[in-house]
Design a protein. Sequence first.
Length: 119
Amino acid sequence: QVQVVESGGGLVQPGGSLRLSCAASGSIFSINAMGWYRQTPGKQRELVATIRSDGFTNYKDSAKGRFTISRDNAKNTVSLQMNSLKPEDSAVYYCAVDDNFGGTIRRYWGQGTQVTVSS
């Protein structure tokens, strides 16, 4: 089993910044992609940003130019630096870790961390 723990959420004013961090631990085989997703009440969880083990990144269009995802493969950690935050960025942010177990990808989720952008 893989444990995923996020940290770094909170309340920030519009235009401000936050940094989310996530650490994976436990019976890790080989982590492929790590990423951040977010969800608001009544809506489906959506991709914010992902990063592969080779460093290839993918961002939600509205996050491009404002958010930066990074990872430390040796430590099995991933971070999301969020700048120029807007009220519409408010959501519960979840970290996802895709572990390659003998060719089968298993996705593990963190418990989520609340981000609120408000004046």
